[in-house]
Structures are given as C-alpha cells and as structure tokens.
Design a protein around this ligand. Structure first.
Ligand code: URA
Length: 238
C-alpha cells in the first residue's frame, strides 16, 4: 500500500525545520503540493512522486538523499571547519538539516568526486574497508614519473604506521607528470604518502571515479546533483 504522511511531518522529515516552524509555513500558505497551495498541516499525501514547493522553491520528496559533488579546492569535508569553508555550505540547507555526510573525506586541497548521503547503510557499504570500493585519482606530480616509480606503486610501498606495504590496484601514466592511480583503501593522505614513498611529490590531486561511477564532465567545480538510478547501479557494481 502507498505510504501516506501528513504535510507537517513531510516538511520536517525533509529538513525544513522543527514541526512548529513547518506548521507556521503551511498555515502561512508558503507551501504548494503537486501544484496547489495547502494550508492544512494535517493533510495527508502519498509520498510516491510527491512534488512540493517551499516559499516558491521546488522540492521532491525523497526518503533518503544520495548525491554527488564536484568538490572544489580550499573546502573542508567536515561539518565544523577550522580554516576553510565547508563543502556542506554548497548544499541547500534542508539537506544539511537532514544530516547528510560525505562518504570518505578528501583533503582540503583535493578536488573531484565526492558522494554525500544520509543513508547510514549506504555510507557504510561505500566506505567500509571490507567492500574495497576502488577509487581513481588523477595525480599531478612535481617530477616526471618513471617506469620504476610506477612499478614500485604497483608492487607496494611501505608507509609509516602501516604493517604491510600497500599497492595501488592500477597506475597508469597519462603525461610525464600525471598518473591515474586506483586505490582499494582510503587511508589518511594515502595518495600523497604513496607518492612521497616513491620520492616524488603530489602537486595536484583530483578524484575522478568511485567504483564504476565517473565524475561527470558537465558537473562543474562546486556543483552537486542527485545520484540517478544508473549512478547507483554503477556504485553497487562492487
Ligand atoms: N589521498 C590523499 O592523499 N588525499 C586525498 O584527499 C585523497 C586520497
């Protein structure tokens, strides 16, 4: 049977504030549902395909949020930042209110693909070391990357504080100084530490793929979008 919920609860669940505030917005005729003003907080609606507007802003009901962002440099992946703005400031406020979290943090100077969700199971599946979801990084190195250095990264490099050497799943030279490195883990500063271990240095770092999902070319730096069914399939492929 189709799931129904009253408008006040729908707005609260979607991140539009406490129930009291949602009730006031409804009574003030600031909400339309499926194209018509609704001023009754207890009016019930079928959640499937539910479209509403809040103060003119269109919104679609979503039980959980699954999105991707093209993270800009000089942004931190934390809710409480210290030196830079947070990536969450680039999202609509209701999503932040719903408690979305990024899945695996990128360093403040790293750019590229980052997933964001409020579904705990999805976050766990995508970030758990057990599932080993591969991530591809485009790494710009200070010095030209030699065949020996690539071989070393593929064989495994010993990082301080790690019990055993860590190898990249793949490492491909794109230009003299740029490589694409695929990692199964997401250890602290892993790419930078692995590149340092081969006596080179990371000058620029961008994540370009997670699982089978590539950073879309048309997703500009700082932009985000909902994950499509096709995107989700690419992520679940592992
Ligand atoms: N490895 C790093 O060194 N930094 C990142 O942000 C991601 C992977």
């Amino acid at each position: 049977m189709a799931k129904k919920l009253d408008l006040e609860r729908i707005l609260k669940n979607q991140g539009f504030g406490a129930r009291k505030l949602c009730r006031i917005m409804i009574i003030n005729e600031e909400i339309t549902v499926n194209g018509e003003i609704c001023d009754d907080p207890s009016a019930e609606f079928d959640l499937e395909n539910l479209h509403f507007t809040v103060k003119g802003e269109p919104w679609q009901y979503r039980e959980n949020s699954y999105l991707m962002m093209h993270k800009p440099g000089n942004y931190e992946c934390s809710h409480k930042t210290q030196h830079h703005p947070t990536i969450y400031s680039l999202l609509p406020h209701p999503l932040v209110e719903r408690g979305v979290q990024c899945i695996g943090r990128l360093d403040e100077d790293t750019t590229g693909l980052i997933l964001i969700s409020d579904d705990g199971q999805f976050i766990h599946r995508m970030s758990s070391p057990k599932h080993k979801v591969p991530k591809v990084y485009e790494v710009t190195c200070k010095h030209p990357v030699s065949d020996e250095q690539i071989a070393h990264i593929l064989q495994g490099v010993q990082l301080v504080d790690e019990d055993a050497p860590i190898a990249a799943l793949a490492c491909e030279r794109i230009t003299e100084n740029i490589i694409h490195m695929t990692l199964a883990e997401g250890k602290y500063h892993q790419v930078k530490r692995m590149v340092a271990a081969i006596s080179n240095r990371v000058e620029g770092l961008k994540r370009i793929q997670i699982g089978e999902l590539k950073l879309p070319e048309d997703l500009k730096v700082g932009e985000w979008r909902w994950l499509t069914t096709d995107d989700m399939l690419k992520l679940n492929a592992n």
